[in-house]
Design a protein around this ligand. Structure first.
Ligand SMILES: Nc1ncnc2c1ncn2[C@@H]1O[C@H](COP(=O)(O)OP(=O)(O)OP(=O)(O)O)[C@@H](O)[C@H]1O
Length: 807
């Protein structure tokens, strides 16, 4: 027995690093130890050929093999991906002769010679027949004894014993240490300029005093470098790290130019400057900032964004707006369909978060918007623009000036209402080839401004610059532990942080976790005294408002994603910014540009779909020189992410999940952290299975996750590899007890949640066929839509532009 246990541990390690090398060991030890349900995936023999891909052991076989007391020599397997059935035959299966340290160790513990040509077959045969059958008989005897004991015990004790055999126990293995580079030096970008003040700029004194009122006196580095250039009227492409104050770099010069126009602008003069931002929240935020620095009552700032009432916006445009902040879809919609919206006087175009605009597939919309604006300007020459856009990435921009008219003039076009020129400003925290192309299309020659002194001339650098005031950490968890580890982290981090963004892959994941945490984690009573690791938790009781309960989480939960109603999104965004202590569960919809100055912690529960997304998510903290923390959840299979980030000069430190799990001991009133964690998992699982709605949400969330996990960018796919994941473990991380296939069926509406799982394939198939014959064929209805339009433009739906996730 001891040997088997040892082998299991060896095997587990090997599976982690060396998947498939020692399948036979795994199976054998599994039989002996009754650990089948907890195995990670491994390669098996598929008939006579080795299986491609991964196979997952059917959990139910574990019970069958042990219940009848006879050793099973074969197991049925099903391929999670293809659904193909297979069989692993332990007697016939041969041990592969991998010579890794672990396999040698494992073989030794079975009394075998480390390199095993002669021991290949005999090992399994003899051991299976002797050791395993004995083992199983002993186990059965032990089980019977335990059962007898339990029968005489108090009911409370019984549940406690039952809980101890929760499958999570078996995978509670040591923390994995990931090799990091402690000496790695990231590129540091100074946020504030050394000395320059807003007072040193040639801008209107009212703007200066308004800036001083909100506490801005010293210029940030990017503001120091770019405001004078923008004031001059040049086209610019600006790159600087997140939270460095890029918005003011264009807001101040635009406002200063418009206030200087004499005679004063009238509403009938129409739109003078358009600022395009990717999301509604960013549109609102930018609008707010303009509101703070604009005291010139005759200058009107307005915004247009998807989700708002179109007629209200039409009226707004009809009345007259000078500075228009808009999301691209809705802006184009009005350009094409609102007669009152004239673009003849537009002399400044800003593309903020330019890389996100491209990522979200707005390139065509932006090109169309640019064409619409320029078609009203005499200097517009699309052929020249096209020629210039074929220029190589990173090539100096000066040579284009020969071919096309330069926008740059002695005066800023905005200051001269008669000017037929357009100044363009592109801003981003990351630079990609796409941005270079966009710059070439939208601008006739431009100045490149990089806030980092290291990269003033080198445009196409791979280095990612993240504020050095943010401590970046990663946590390695077993997939099955994700849910309770996240809960523990929320509990512990709220003690030291006031506002937290928790990024998740999909809207459905956000919905589910929000529901779970607000109803259960946030209402976790500290002094209830009932919640021991062995308890079966009375879930309805959790909502009882008894006097002696107090909430352990002194923090408000929020959720924000692209599938929410516009009004709800608006409210949440406002609420989160105003609240003193809060946790925002969100998707990447708020990953860029959003400014919550007091946000001091970022948790990435799912990896970023693109490398740049990591930077933008982390960038929600550490704004304007403030300090912050950032954590990313990684599984054992995803640990190479750390090395990949190091290639981009981003160095993450490992933090043990255990340091957070101790929090659960307090909540669950259980000294042993592992038991407390399991109790919480059980608590969640029971809550989910007892509530139809929550269960459905969990199923939908799981399915949306599986779609999400299939969409990583090609570079990241080798790390976040869907083929490597154990779907069964992920199901557990959503607090579900069903198999992945069953969950998928529930989501598709093929089975009701209450329907028992099909334990016996033959019987189940038979029953199914009978049912089919009895029931008339129903038309298939897609019960849950997993893909939703993220940033609805309001335009009639034409053709799907790009495969979008429900973020
Ligand atoms: N000169 C300044 N002094 C102090 N704080 C400033 C200054 N300029 C901007 N800030 C503050 O810095 C924060 C970040 O500004 P902003 O949102 O413009 O950054 P950003 O570079 O656009 O970030 P991101 O790339 O994430 O969009 C804001 O809270 C803003 O109020």
């Amino acid at each position: 027995m001891g040997c088997c246990k040892k082998i299991f541990m060896h095997c587990l390690d090997d599976i982690k690093y060396n998947s498939g090398v020692i399948a036979s060991f795994v199976c054998k030890s599994v039989v002996a130890e009754n650990l089948l349900g907890d195995m990670t995936s491994f390669d098996v023999t598929w008939g006579s050929k080795p299986a491609t891909g991964k196979a997952f052991v059917r959990k139910r076989k574990k019970t069958e093999s042990l219940d009848d007391g006879t050793p099973k020599k074969s197991f049925k397997l099903s391929d999670a991906k293809s659904g193909k059935q297979g069989k692993i035959n332990l007697v016939r299966k041969e041990i592969k002769t991998a010579e890794s340290e672990n396999t040698k160790g494992a073989k030794k513990s079975f009394g075998m010679k480390p390199s095993g040509t002669e021991s290949k077959k005999t090992f399994i045969d003899s051991n299976l027949n002797e050791n395993v059958s004995q083992t199983l008989i002993k186990r059965k005897q032990k089980k019977d004894k335990q059962a007898a004991k339990l029968n005489t015990a108090e009911p409370e004790q019984i549940t406690s014993k039952k809980n101890e055999s929760h499958s999570l126990f078996n995978v509670f293995h040591k923390n994995v240490r990931v090799k990091t580079n402690p000496r790695g030096k990231s590129v540091v970008e100074q946020v504030f300029s050394d000395s320059q003040k807003f007072g040193d700029l040639e801008i209107h004194k009212y703007i200066m005093s308004n800036l001083a009122k909100i506490g801005f006196t010293t210029l940030t580095n990017v503001q120091e470098k770019s405001i004078p250039v923008v004031l001059k009227g040049d086209n610019v492409l600006i790159r600087s790290q997140t939270g460095s104050g890029k918005t003011l770099a264009y807001a101040v010069p635009i406002l200063d130019a418009l206030q200087s126009i004499t005679p004063r602008l009238q509403r009938s003069d129409g739109v003078q400057a358009i600022i395009i931002v990717p999301t509604r929240e960013l549109a609102m935020q930018t609008h707010e900032l303009f509101g703070k620095i604009n005291t010139f009552q005759w200058i009107v700032v307005g915004h247009l964004c998807g989700g708002e009432n179109r007629n209200t916006e039409k009226n707004r445009l009809r009345k007259g707006v000078h500075i228009l902040i808009a999301t691209p879809g809705r802006l184009l919609d009005h350009m094409l369909h609102t007669n009152a919206f004239k673009t003849d006087n537009v002399r400044c175009l800003v593309l903020d978060e330019a890389d996100q605009l491209l990522d979200m597939g707005f390139k065509k919309d932006i090109m169309r918007i640019v064409q619409e604006i320029d078609s009203k300007h005499t200097s517009y020459n699309p052929m020249n623009l096209l020629k210039s856009s074929h220029k190589k990435f990173g090539e100096e921009t000066e040579n284009i000036e020969d071919e096309t008219e330069i926008a740059s003039t002695e005066t800023q076009p905005l200051r001269d209402p008669k000017s037929k020129k357009r100044q363009t400003i592109l801003l981003s925290a990351t630079l990609t080839k796409g941005i270079a192309e966009l710059a070439d299309f939208t601008m006739k020659g431009h100045t490149y401004i990089d806030a980092s002194d290291e990269f003033t001339s080198n445009f196409s650098h791979d280095v990612m610059i993240i504020p050095n005031t943010v401590q970046q950490k990663f946590v390695i968890t077993h997939v099955k532990h994700r849910l309770f580890t996240l809960s523990a982290m929320l509990l512990s981090l709220t003690k030291k942080c006031s506002k937290m963004f928790v990024f998740m892959g999909t809207s459905a994941m956000v919905d589910f976790h929000y529901e779970l945490f607000t109803n259960f984690l946030a209402k976790m009573p500290v002094n209830r005294g009932k919640m021991k690791s062995g308890d079966v938790l009375v879930l309805e009781g959790m909502e009882d408002e008894s006097d002696d309960e107090e909430e352990i989480l002194d923090v408000e939960f929020f959720k924000l994603h692209g599938s929410m109603e516009h009004s709800a999104r608006k409210e949440v965004f406002k609420g989160f910014r105003e609240v003193k202590k809060g946790i925002l569960l969100c998707t990447d919809v708020v990953a860029r540009g959003i400014d919550v100055p007091t946000a001091d912690c970022i948790v990435q529960y799912n990896g970023p779909l693109k490398i740049e997304d990591y930077l933008h998510r982390v960038g929600r903290t550490g704004r304007a020189g403030k300090s912050g923390f950032s954590y990313i959840f990684l599984t054992h299979e995803e640990q190479d992410f750390v090395a990949m980030m190091e290639e981009h000069k981003v160095y993450l430190k490992q933090e043990d999940a255990d340091s957070h799990l101790t929090e659960l001991s307090v909540v669950m009133e259980e000294e042993d952290t592992q038991k407390a964690a399991i109790a919480l998992q059980k608590h969640y699982e029971n809550a989910i299975s007892n509530s139809k709605d929550l269960h459905k949400m969990a199923c939908v969330a799981y399915c949306s996750w599986s779609r999400f996990y299939n969409t990583f960018s090609s570079k990241l796919r080798k790390i976040f590899d869907f083929k490597q994941v154990n779907l069964g473990h992920y199901v557990t991380s959503f607090g579900l007890k069903e198999t992945p296939t069953h969950v998928a069926k529930i989501v598709r509406g093929q089975v009701a949640k209450t329907e028992p799982q099909k334990l016996n394939r033959k019987l189940a198939t038979h029953e199914d066929e009978e049912k089919k014959q009895r029931q008339p064929q129903k038309k298939k209805v897609k019960s849950v839509s997993l893909s939703t339009s993220e940033f609805s433009s309001g335009l009639p739906f034409k053709k799907k532009r790009k495969k979008k996730l429900d973020i």
